[in-house]
Design a protein around this ligand. Structure first.
Ligand code: GLC
Length: 452
């Protein structure tokens, strides 16, 4: 029989805290594993880190020009006009955002690319763009892409809930060109293909030379950093000096300790057996992990005891979103009225203060693990670049989790202090706003300026 006493509840929460905890020694072990996987990925051996060369170095800050940029990688698709003034300023004179219909995300590739081009068409019309001229366009495509040059790359595998058929294994720039032709749009010249992490690094390093790493903590999570070309052994190029940005695809890192809640989440996902780190760290999944623990708490009668119907409200997959967690954790009122309101709008009223405290604690447990794992991954990359942390490093980060989740950045900074002591001051996490929009335009400008 299940023990539902307050002691049982206390014990269960201590158990959860332990289950989700990431100690400093766990982090040290993770950093070692990360380094091994990074080395293997760079030399072309089997690795959970793909370590994809981007064929571009970071900007110098004097790049200039007018570009269009596309941003595909989350629930919305964006088209932007970006103006670079060559003095570190990237302006967006106009931009449009479109929600991607589920049937295009998970239908055929042709439908998805037709949707994209339909948005471009609407953007051109809405902003009265003269179609008799030609415009350079940078394509931020935030999925694992095997790039073979700055504007050519094949999708390796979909992530973040996308499953559109006929795209994996194909050059996504080629697919975009075909779709543009189908709609008779000939004023677009695609000059760069970039991952959102690469755009984020570019956007920050355009104004800050100490930035050598770009990170996304949003719907998904990933990072890129600046690597010596001589270390990218798998790269079959005659030039071996200089640097290149490497897209790590760290969401797929698999040397992580998963719990009895992570496993069913993975199993029910559209990509089981992959993206283990992403499924523990990013916004697409944190709500679901929390929901699975909540369902367990309800099943054990440890929460919502006064709400006979409580169990049904969160029975459905995806019914608790990370956004909701952030409202719960961010409630600073004495009686946690915000938490009560959140549950009321989800069909659970008259929630007790005790339950509200438990819910806040639960969100904190899940988000703290995410922040600490994210910080551990950053530490791994920085100590790969600079083992003794002799230099200062700016990490440009974008994504709603980092930007909006209450206390996320503080939890990461705290972990750096635990791990590095005073040297933690050499690591600065900076919100690099709209790396996936402005950043890819900067990449296009770098590509244009490095053409022989
Ligand atoms: C997923 C994608 C990766 C992207 C990240 C953040 O992990 O595979 O390419 O950078 O999400 O958007």
């Amino acid at each position: 029989m299940i023990d539902t006493s307050p002691v049982a509840c206390k014990e269960f929460f201590s158990y959860l805290e332990k289950l989700f905890s990431i100690s400093v020694s766990d982090i040290r072990a993770m950093i070692k594993d990360f380094h091994v996987e990074m080395g293997r990925g760079l030399s072309g051996d089997e690795s959970s880190l793909k370590m994809i060369p981007s064929f571009i170095d970071k900007p110098k800050g004097n790049e200039r020009g007018d570009f269009f940029a596309l941003d595909l990688g989350g629930t919305n698709f964006r088209v932007l006009a970006v103006k670079l003034d060559g003095k570190g300023n990237a302006r967006v004179p106009f931009a449009s955002k479109f929600a991607i219909p589920q049937e295009d995300m998970q239908g055929t590739g042709v439908a998805l690319f037709d949707f994209i081009v339909g948005c471009i068409d609407a953007f051109l019309t809405e902003n009265q763009v003269d179609r008799s001229k030609t415009y350079d366009l940078a394509f931020t495509f935030s999925f694992p892409v095997e790039q073979t040059s700055i504007a050519v790359g094949k999708l390796i595998v979909w992530t973040k809930g996308f499953t559109a058929t006929g795209v994996q294994g194909r050059d996504v720039v080629g697919l975009l060109i075909e779709a543009l032709k189908r709609k008779n749009i000939s004023c677009i010249n695609i000059t760069a293909l970039a991952n959102d992490t690469v755009g984020t690094l570019a956007a920050r390093s355009y104004v800050d030379p100490a930035c050598d790493m770009g990170v996304i903590m949003g719907t998904g999570t990933n990072a890129c950093y600046r690597e010596s070309i001589s270390n990218i052994e798998k790269l079959d190029v005659p030039i071996a000096d200089g640097h290149m940005i490497v897209n790590m695809e760290w969401g797929n890192f698999d040397k992580v300790r998963r719990t009895c809640y992570d496993r069913p989440l993975d199993k029910a996902s559209v990509n089981p057996g992959a993206m283990f780190l992403e499924k523990m760290v990013s916004g697409m999944y944190l709500g679901e992990i929390t929901r699975l623990v909540l369902v367990d708490l309800i099943r054990r009668d440890l929460i919502f005891g006064n709400q006979a119907h409580g169990a049904g409200c969160f029975a459905k997959r995806g019914s608790l979103r990370t956004k909701g967690m952030s409202r719960i954790e961010g409630d600073k009122t004495d009686r946690l009225d915000g938490v009560a309101l959140f549950f009321k709008t989800n069909g659970i009223s008259n929630i007790t203060l005790h339950d509200k405290i438990l819910l806040q604690r639960l969100c904190r447990i899940v988000s703290a693990r995410a922040a600490r794992l994210g910080a551990a991954a950053i530490s791994a990359v920085l100590t790969w670049i600079d083992p003794k942390l002799k230099d200062v490093h700016t990490v440009g980060i974008d994504g709603s989790l980092f930007e909006k989740y209450p206390g996320f950045k503080t939890k990461m900074d705290d972990m750096f202090k635990e791990l590095f002591g005073e040297k933690a001051e050499r690591i600065t996490l900076v919100h690099s706003k709209d790396g996936s929009g402005k950043g890819s335009a900067i990449i296009a400008a770098v590509a244009a300026s490095s053409k022989p």
